[in-house]
Design a protein around this ligand. Structure first.
Ligand SMILES: [Zn+2]
Length: 491
């Protein structure tokens, strides 16, 4: 950002709610079926077909709203948003307008200042005002297929038409592209965490638009706003905003003027391009949907949804630091996903050593899981078995180095810690009687060295340790050997 300039960013997210069926009919939301296989008179927009609201969509919308700190309105109204497009057979989209499902959210997220390479340097809290989250239906898709150019054909696939969406809009509260980046990641994680949406940008079930304007520092008024679309990943969005900041500042500094318009991000070219200017913008002529009654949700319903939700990621992150003494980074890693956080808490309990369990999980097991592309919920090593491994190490049964080998084998075979240790004959001998017997043999066989040691040649201590370890074939617990040897030699 050039000196003397400030950027103002607001964000709009469309998240597909994870229902089995569409928002106003019973058609499947399954992706990948034959084009137009999942359609009926309602989502085809045939005359006379009546929409019926899907209760599950309301529940998931409530989860999404609560996870983002929004207040749910007891009454909200569905409206028709009128526009023509081939993938919208009704000629309007059922959405919400002046009485949305939820509004007035205050969300505290963590954001980081970053270096040139995009690596987080320092984390700080950022308060974001979430204007609203409303419910609406998705449109279908216009599909263009066939090569070469002369063989091309297009068709409309309405399988996606009527899939439930939550549209989440913020106030213009972001002042850097990285703040926007951290917010979108926060929302994605929250929605996945509470099971409201898969929130996968690559699959298109989370889509994002950014409103970007620049102004001179100290200026109260907003500059001319440009809407950025076609942001297929959070990183693309961040790059598109950076490009747009520079383009707008350069235009204004050169004495030029900006037009209010929609621009598309082209990642290959690394630039934004005009899609349409404001003159072409739609007037949607919203009016209340006559085929749907107002949506009313009771306080009990909201409370029921709240109670059924897991502890949210940030609260859990804080608790991991306070309750288990984890560092900020470790708590971040272990709250990456809900299943991983659950896994960790069970392992910490089984290990009776929260820090130890954290180290083994984030260091060793997570590496295996990531390499295998498996989530914690499908780990071949159960949390209880990871706990058993940590206990075996803490109790001196095996060394930490051996522990790593044991874990790798547990992961590849699915066997328990005790079985692998037993089968590999790794268990260290910690039994004092057994070690004392070996020490007795070693000292008896090295009488001369014992005399030298007792005469003051203390450097020989390492020699005795070595002999005992050798006689035990490396299995004697070194700590016990040291203690017992010292006692025996000073007799
Ligand atoms: Zn349908």
């Amino acid at each position: 950002m050039k000196d003397g300039w400030e950027v103002v960013i607001g964000l709009e997210i469309h998240a597909q709610l994870s229902t089995e069926t569409k928002i106003f009919c019973g058609c499947s939301t399954h992706v990948g079926d034959e084009p137009n296989a999942n359609t009926c008179p309602v989502c085809l927009g045939l005359p006379g077909a009546l929409p019926v609201l899907n209760r599950r969509a309301v529940e998931l919308g409530a989860r999404a709203a609560l996870s983002l700190g929004l207040r749910i309105n007891e009454t909200s109204i569905f409206s028709r948003k009128n526009y023509f497009y081939p993938d919208l057979p009704k000629g309007y989209q059922i959405s919400q307008y002046d009485r949305p499902f939820s509004e007035r959210g205050v969300l505290e997220i963590m954001t980081a200042t970053r270096d040139e390479g995009g690596h987080a340097r320092e984390w700080r809290p950022l308060t974001v005002r979430v204007t609203r989250l409303h419910l609406e239906e998705d449109a279908g898709k216009n599909v263009h297929e066939g090569l070469p150019e002369t063989e091309r054909y297009s068709y409309v696939d309405l399988n996606r038409a009527g899939t439930p969406l939550a549209e989440i809009v913020t106030e213009p509260d972001f002042r850097t592209s990285w703040e926007a980046y951290d917010y979108v990641n926060h929302v994605r994680k929250a929605l996945q965490w509470v099971g409201a949406s898969d929130a996968d940008m690559e699959k298109g079930n989370l889509r994002c638009e950014a409103n970007v304007s620049v102004r001179r520092v100290g200026d109260e008024r907003f500059g001319t706003k440009v809407e950025l679309k076609n942001l297929n990943s959070v990183r693309f969005m961040q790059r598109a905003i950076e490009f747009e900041i520079e383009r707008q500042v350069n235009t204004l500094e050169a004495g030029g003027r900006l037009t209010q318009e929609t621009r598309l991000w082209d990642d290959r070219a690394g630039e934004t391009r005009v899609m349409r200017s404001k003159e072409e913008a739609h007037d949607y002529r919203y009016f209340p949907e006559p085929d749907l009654p107002p949506l009313t949700v009771s306080a009990e319903f909201i409370e029921g949804v709240r109670r059924s939700m897991p502890e949210l990621p940030d609260a859990r992150h804080r608790r991991f630091m306070e309750e288990y003494g984890l560092t900020f980074e470790d708590a971040s890693t272990l709250t990456r996903e809900l299943t991983l956080a659950d896994f960790y808490e069970r392992a910490a309990k089984a290990a009776a050593n929260p820090r130890g369990a954290a180290n083994w999980l984030k260091g060793e097991l997570l590496r295996e899981l990531d390499a295998a592309g498996v989530g914690a919920d499908a780990s071949p090593v159960s949390p209880e078995e990871l706990g058993a491994l940590v206990r075996a190490i803490d109790g001196g049964k095996i060394s930490g180095k051996q522990g790593k080998e044991v874990l790798v084998e547990m992961f590849s075979t699915g066997k328990g810690a005790a079985d692998v240790i037993e089968e590999r004959g790794l268990a260290q001998v910690s039994d004092a009687g057994e070690i004392e017997r070996i020490i007795g043999d070693v000292l008896a066989a090295n009488q001369q060295q014992v005399e030298h040691y007792r005469a003051g040649k203390e450097g020989l201590f390492g020699f005795f340790v070595g002999q005992v370890m050798k006689a035990s074939k490396g299995k004697a617990n070194p700590k016990v050997v040291n203690e017992l040897l010292k006692a025996k030699l000073s007799e």
